[in-house]
Design a protein around this ligand. Structure first.
Ligand SMILES: NC(=O)c1ccc[n+]([C@@H]2O[C@H](COP(=O)([O-])OP(=O)(O)OC[C@H]3O[C@@H](n4cnc5c(N)ncnc54)[C@H](OP(=O)(O)O)[C@@H]3O)[C@@H](O)[C@H]2O)c1
Length: 411
């Protein structure tokens, strides 16, 4: 059965994100997706099918007795995207990864444990796998064998996170910025100024909420966006034009706008200090920097800027990459267990009828074979006989199951 597992996948490793889109099922809602997957399953005689689209990969994980071939792959993707550009069709063998048998399960475990990811150690892939698996299961597209691979992949991925340090060190600039801010002893009751309310500072906002910061003032060119972010962090919003008039003081300032000139100049900074002398933390996430370089010379600041954070991110990613070998060892243990899990399930399925058959033997014994003898017995003896037979029935059901399980374990 292991040989029936197959994967066709297109990932960031062999193509760009735009091209991955040509290998994805384009549907407008879940109902249409269900229909497309059902007809794929039927057209290519697949026993089970699991579809996993993420931002940098698309995977078709299925079981079939049919061997994979270049012709199969071409027809498969032609069916998925009948308007696939000719140049992509010509290169399809170089773009699509094909895995079968144990290699397919191994690849699936690698993906779930994020060692095949663009960003190694990113945990969200496991959530994406779960979210994609659930509808496929509900729609009856997957069955016993994909379920076994899915459950084993989830358990194996968790073991990788527990036994290695693959996800330990942050690699997103924003999470590193917040980490550095906390290391600089910014406390949750400190006053924070957020300058800019674009995507980057919105992400910063999520971390601030997570760490319990409450005194946040958001400045942005358009007040509407400032208000939106302020609402998310439970702070107040002001237009950027009001920054020079702000007299509330601050302990930490996080600046990130699309401005191409420094918007926090020395005179403005002095005003914002409002006469305070203590050391302040200034985080500048903008490219180019939004905080004028003289500020680090003129004032008592701990300055954290994007270039330093990017270097740290690179170092942390290299650290995660070094953990991949350890992760592979962990995954291998779980991969080795898959054939036994499959056998065990096959035996359980084959034995599904055992309880009903044993019950039928008991019923026949009582109602046909020994009916005459039983009817001659008094009520008490009859009840005892029935009790004994029910006991035997229960015990007999467990015997073949136990023997089969032990046979699998001892293989
Ligand atoms: N550190 C990182 O990892 C990282 C990642 C991505 C981007 N960045 C950098 O972060 C900055 C913002 O990126 P983003 O993704 O947050 O951008 P975004 O979502 O496009 O938002 C841009 C923000 O900057 C404001 N803004 C734009 N031009 C401005 C100007 N001339 N003066 C004042 N405010 C201005 C916008 O205000 P309105 O709402 O009024 O338009 C908005 O709040 C850029 O420098 C970008 O290069 C850093």
């Amino acid at each position: 059965m292991l040989a029936n597992y197959k994967i066709l996948t297109v990932t960031h490793k062999r193509t760009n994100l735009k091209e991955i889109g040509d290998f994805v099922l384009k549907t407008s809602d879940q109902e249409e997706l269900k229909g497309r997957l059902e007809s794929l399953k039927q057209q290519f005689h697949l026993d089970e099918l699991f579809y996993l689209p993420t931002c940098n990969r698309v995977m078709y994980f299925f079981t079939t007795r049919e061997p994979l071939s270049d012709r199969f792959v071409a027809q498969f993707f032609q069916s998925i995207n009948p308007t696939m550009p000719v140049e992509l069709m010509d290169e399809i063998d170089d773009i699509v990864y094909q895995y079968d048998g144990v290699k397919a399960v191994e690849h699936f475990l690698d993906v779930a444990a994020s060692i095949d990811s663009l960003v190694i150690g990113e945990r969200q892939i496991l959530r994406q796998i779960r979210e994609s698996y659930e509808p496929c299961r509900e729609w009856g597209l997957t069955g016993e064998y994909i379920r076994i691979a899915f459950q084993q992949a989830v358990v194996a991925a968790k073991a990788v996170y527990n036994k290695t340090r693959i996800g330990d060190k942050p690699i997103s600039v924003v999470s590193l910025a917040v980490q550095q801010m906390l290391r600089a002893h910014v406390q949750k009751e400190d006053r924070l100024l957020l300058v800019g309310a674009g995507q980057t500072n919105q992400l910063v906002g999520k971390f601030l909420v997570k760490h319990g910061f409450t005194k946040v003032t958001v400045f942005n060119r358009s007040l509407e966006k400032a208000e939106q972010l302020a609402q998310n962090v439970g702070g107040q919003a002001l237009p950027l034009a009001e920054l020079p008039n702000y007299q509330g003081g601050f302990d930490c300032m996080i600046v990130c706008t699309g401005a191409t000139e420094p918007i926090i100049t020395s005179p403005l900074y002095r005003q914002l200090l409002n006469g305070e002398q203590g050391r302040k933390v200034v985080i500048d996430l903008a490219i180019p920097n939004n905080v004028h370089e003289l500020i680090t010379e003129d004032f008592n600041v701990e300055y954290i800027e994007v270039e330093g954070l990017r270097n740290l991110a690179k170092k942390n990613l290299a650290f995660r990459e070094r953990e991949v070998e350890r992760a592979r060892k962990v995954l291998n243990e779980y991969l080795q267990q898959v054939p036994a899990l499959i056998k065990q399930r096959q035996i359980e399925l084959a034995m599904r009828s055992v309880p009903t058959e044993i019950k039928a033997v008991k019923e026949k014994a009582m109602n046909e074979v020994f009916h005459k003898e039983l009817s001659g017995l008094d009520e008490q003896t009859k009840a005892l006989m029935e009790k004994m037979l029910s006991y035997m029935e229960k015990k007999c059901i467990g015997i073949p199951m136990k023997a089969a399980r032990e046979a699998v374990l001892n293989q």
